[in-house]
Design a protein around this ligand. Sequence first.
Ligand SMILES: Nc1ncnc2c1ncn2[C@@H]1O[C@H](COP(=O)(O)OP(=O)(O)OC[C@H]2O[C@H](OP(=O)(O)O)[C@H](O)[C@@H]2O)[C@@H](O)[C@H]1O
Length: 191
Amino acid sequence: MSNQAATVGTEVPSSTKLSLTHLKRDIFSAPAGSVLIHACNAQGSWGSGIALAFRNSYPSAYQVYRSHCLTRHNPRTNPVRTGTCLLIPPCETKAGIPAHWIACLFTSAKYGKAKDPPSVILRNTKAAMKDLLRQVKTRMEAGKELGSLVMCRINSGKFAVKWGRTVDVLEGIVVEEGEASNVEVWSLDED
Ligand SMILES: Nc1ncnc2c1ncn2[C@@H]1O[C@H](COP(=O)(O)OP(=O)(O)OC[C@H]2O[C@H](OP(=O)(O)O)[C@H](O)[C@@H]2O)[C@@H](O)[C@H]1O
């Protein structure tokens, strides 16, 4: 039997993988409606790095994140599960702040010296990103208007995971029917 005959009639399921588009831009200048994606700990702290910039620019979203971690959950007795995402609709009340959605990917339970090791952060990244894609789809099916998914180079700063490793994980995600299949990575970092 020829090799060709052996493959005839074999259904290869088509699967779309998530793609990334890299742009040299400031994430906070994304158009209204964009979903800004960053990596978070589950302790309720946006204390440094880009998280601190989010806290300064989006104080109301920070309160939503904090109450998710500290009130709805409890870091000691009922922590937010890593590998999940908190998707915060535009909620700032002060004038002049763009109507951005903010997606918090819980990629490490703790921060600083107690952060999860890279292998765990990467596993959490995959699960949290899939959770985000599901939530975005659900919101859009409910009639909400969401713009592009715009991400910083998550995990690559305070969480100390080589950016290329996060890219590999993200590009390996299989996108389900109806989900967004592209994420823009906006960064001012020099390559
Ligand atoms: N102002 C700014 N504007 C624009 N881009 C900026 C920036 N500052 C840094 N970047 C870039 O943004 C990427 C991610 O780098 P980051 O270190 O921020 O984040 P990460 O994902 O590794 O880690 C998450 C934990 O860091 C925080 O710290 P705390 O735990 O609160 O202390 C959180 O709360 C989490 O827990 C890197 O490309 C940085 O060059």
